[in-house]
Write a protein that binds this ligand. Sequence first.
Ligand code: NAP
Length: 178
Amino acid sequence: MNRKHILLVGGTGMLAGLTSYLAIDHHVTVVGRDKENMANVVQRNPDTCHPLIVDYREEEALSSALQRAVRQNGPFDQVIAWVHRGSGKAMQLILDHSETAAVIHILGSRANPEYEKKCLCLNEQQSYRQVQLGAKHDGENFRWLTHEEIVHGVIDAIEHSSDYQLIGQLVNKGGKNG
Ligand SMILES: NC(=O)c1ccc[n+]([C@@H]2O[C@H](COP(=O)([O-])OP(=O)(O)OC[C@H]3O[C@@H](n4cnc5c(N)ncnc54)[C@H](OP(=O)(O)O)[C@@H]3O)[C@@H](O)[C@H]2O)c1
């Protein structure tokens, strides 16, 4: 087993199940702010799950936290980033510290994937793919994806390397963070 170093931004919320899944075989550095949520996730895989408690909107703090993670466990092989819109340079800083990584950028329902990509500077050694969160048709209405559906969708995207993958389907109504 080739143990990778994976950066999972937002891995203590709806992606907590993904953190636990990946930490079975890999080193996973997890970004979040809430210490209690972080402790709950880390305690499931204490040897391979590494907490990075930082607000990703604080540029200097994010940069030094990412540098620290790379010093401790080597360069990131893979990045999975769920970053709220309006978070300034957070996504770019994450890319700048992941120069040789395979990056999966998770987008909410209301994001425009082409625009999101256009806003970012990528280097030739990184790969960049997007996973967009849609909604599920439930009888006559649409509902949010469950955390389980989101985690399964992202695992599917990790295993199949298409440039863009939609989980569920897009509807005109936007979501809270989409
Ligand atoms: N289309 C869809 O289906 C869709 C789209 C979006 C959201 N949703 C739903 O809406 C719910 C809430 O969404 P959510 O975005 O709150 O998702 P979430 O994944 O439950 O929480 C956000 C994650 O990002 C971290 N985070 C947020 N802001 C941060 C910051 N400034 N610095 C560092 N880490 C930060 C959070 O950690 P901390 O809390 O510790 O900061 C947490 O790990 C989700 O549970 C999901 O089901 C659905």
